[in-house]
Design a protein around this ligand. Structure first.
Ligand SMILES: [Zn+2]
Length: 463
């Protein structure tokens, strides 16, 4: 407890510092990151229309139930969209070794009356500021509140997938008009270095909540219903009794091998992605919104037979297909790509096209020829490639187009040799919008690419 002795000697910090420590878990002491002492402009930069003030709390000593900060705090007043970001090198921390981010939030009674609920977004931002992790916080209290936010449940930003080792800045953004006062950011160290992705044990608690209850009731016989298997390429979890885990894991291994061979520039992940197979479709459909809620985000139950959220793939058992259901391959490809690359996984052409392409490779579809022939026969049968590949979500009905486009890119001499360059550029651009890269990468345009794709489809799929 040498740290505590040091803090007691440090009278410039005041007694709250010691109190704060007592309030935290006795086994782990947090590391202070930011206290807002010193000129604010040296520490943080406001976003537009945002007012930042140094604030000396007058309520600091009035509460004794929990430690409260007594140092100088930062008051943020801004319209929706306002906020601030820490300056370079103000927060230096090895994020993969941090379990949670802690902070104090204060609101006066008057502020709470004017804006009863204010949504705040905390952002942990990469060095080039293009990708970040975020966590939504609902502020509805009066007085001080201590927040402890586990990093495993932060959400990826929309563009490329963020990486913890690249995080350099902390940002606060108001989603509503309002004012909040923030004091002392600290980090709670992890027991062991955290995995880049939320570990299977934590997601499993969200996936099988009844299992969790059973575990706490200490009934080992009933806990046997959830089985897991981890291989080099996948982490499988299921409560579907008939599922043959070894068989599915072996297929995922073959898919991963195929992906590494066709996309050799991918980084092989340290561990395979999580793939949950629920015993029925209803359980799977309930899981996706529940996982989103754990991330403090919102998602409707999916319409599709499989879904990948933040690299966590899920689907369900179907008697008709058995242990090798085509959608398992599809979702596995999403999960694998999330770990092997940083491309956004929000249902855009890149992810959906590759997932479809590999799914069809392992589970050829009898009517594909017909679908493609009909699709390219008229302008109404397909969307223009410029629209398909604009980096936004694509409809299920267009997956065949993205899949056949990838088939061409991966096999045609004109395109294949430049794929590594293309993927590098897309990652740097933080978007999978293909348009800006056609000329520099392939010296082509939408018309030529479309003509090539149509000719390719006619050759491969014409009846
Ligand atoms: Zn998909």
């Amino acid at each position: 407890m040498t740290n505590e002795t040091g803090a007691k000697r440090d009278f410039t910090r005041g007694t709250w510092f010691v109190l704060l420590w007592l309030g935290l878990s006795s086994s782990v002491f947090g590391r202070e990151l930011l206290t807002f002492d010193g000129p604010l402009k040296d520490l943080v930069t406001p976003l537009s229309k945002s007012r930042l003030e140094a604030w000396n709390t007058d309520e600091a000593t009035s509460e004794d139930r929990d430690p409260t900060p007594q140092g100088r705090a930062l008051r943020l007043t801004a319209p929706a969209g306002g906020g601030f970001v820490t300056n370079a090198d103000v927060v230096t921390v090895d994020w993969p070794k941090v379990e949670s981010l802690g902070l104090w939030l204060h609101r006066t009674a008057a502020e709470a009356k004017e804006h009863p609920t204010v949504e705040l977004e905390l952002r942990l931002i990469e060095d080039d500021r293009k990708a970040y992790f975020w966590r939504r916080v609902e502020v509805a209290h009066v007085g001080w509140q201590k927040l402890l936010l586990p990093l495993d449940w932060f959400v990826w930003s929309e563009g490329r997938i963020p990486r913890w080792e690249k995080v350099r800045y902390v940002g606060f953004r108001l989603r509503d008009d309002g004012a909040v006062t923030i004091d002392t950011l600290w980090s709670e160290p992890a027991q062991a270095p955290r995995d880049e992705f939320t570990p299977a044990e934590l997601v499993a608690r969200v996936a099988f909540p009844q299992q969790e209850n059973k575990l706490s009731d200490d009934k080992p016989a009933e806990t046997e219903s959830v089985r897991t298997l981890e291989t080099r390429d996948v982490q499988l979890l299921t409560n579907a009794k008939p599922l043959e885990l070894e068989r599915l894991a072996a297929q995922c291994g073959l898919v991963a091998k195929q992906m590494r061979s066709e996309l050799p520039f991918l980084t092989e992940p340290a561990r395979g992605p999580l793939l949950f197979v629920f015993q029925n479709a209803a359980e799977y459909r309930r899981f996706v919104p529940r996982l989103a809620r754990r991330l403090n985000a919102q998602l409707e139950a999916p319409e599709s037979t499989g879904f990948t959220l933040q690299g966590v793939s899920s689907s369900s058992w179907d008697e008709e297909y058995g242990s090798l259901r085509p959608v398992f391959v599809h979702e596995f490809v999403h999960g694998y790509l999330c770990r092997a690359s940083r491309f956004p996984c929000h249902g855009e052409w890149l992810h959906e096209g590759l997932a479809t392409y590999f799914q069809l490779k392992f589970h050829p579809q009898a009517n594909l020829r017909e679908v493609v022939a009909k699709g390219i026969a008229s302008a109404k049968g397909h969307v223009p490639l410029s629209e398909l590949c604009n980096g936004r979500h694509i409809a299920l009905g267009h997956y065949w187009q993205a899949g056949t486009l990838w088939q061409m890119l991966l096999s045609e001499k004109r395109y294949q040799p430049h794929l590594a360059t293309l993927l590098e550029r897309l990652e740097a651009a933080n978007s999978t919008d293909l348009g800006p890269h056609l000329k520099p990468v392939w010296d082509t345009d939408w018309n030529t690419l479309t003509a090539d794709w149509r000719a390719f489809c006619e050759r491969r799929f014409a009846q």
